[in-house]
Ligand binder design. Structure first.
Ligand SMILES: [Zn+2]
Length: 117
């Protein structure tokens, strides 16, 4: 038997851990306010990524708190606010993430701007 192929196993493992953590946050969250199990799985995903030098998919990374490893779910584990085109998520641990929505909007109108040239 050869070595595992091109890191695919690691990605599958990380995806699985993320999905498990999301499920635990959504379903078990009510009985586990500290999200201990979900956080353990996200931390584990992080370790797999570091150990195998696999990049965690941006969409996964974006929805995990890098400080406390919670899965960030609006209304469940994060408070979200929108101010001046910037969406901000405040995690329960105090960490915050900012998403500039404004740049996305300008990206959508890129075609229109192209017509002006
Ligand atoms: Zn946090």
């Amino acid at each position: 038997m050869g070595k595992s192929v091109a890191g695919g196993d690691h990605f599958q493992r990380m995806n699985y851990l993320y999905e498990l953590a999301t499920w635990q946050t959504l379903v078990l969250g009510k009985h586990d306010p500290g999200q201990a199990m979900a956080r353990a799985n996200v931390a584990c995903m992080d370790r797999v990524g570091k150990k195998t030098r696999s990049r965690i998919l941006p969409q996964l990374k974006r929805t995990c708190c890098k400080k406390c490893h919670r899965v960030l779910v609006p209304l469940r584990t994060v408070e979200s606010s929108l101010k001046e085109g910037v969406l901000q998520w405040n995690c329960r641990c105090g960490e915050s993430k900012k998403f500039p929505i404004g740049s996305d909007r300008s990206f959508k109108t890129y075609g229109e701007r192209g017509n002006l040239d």
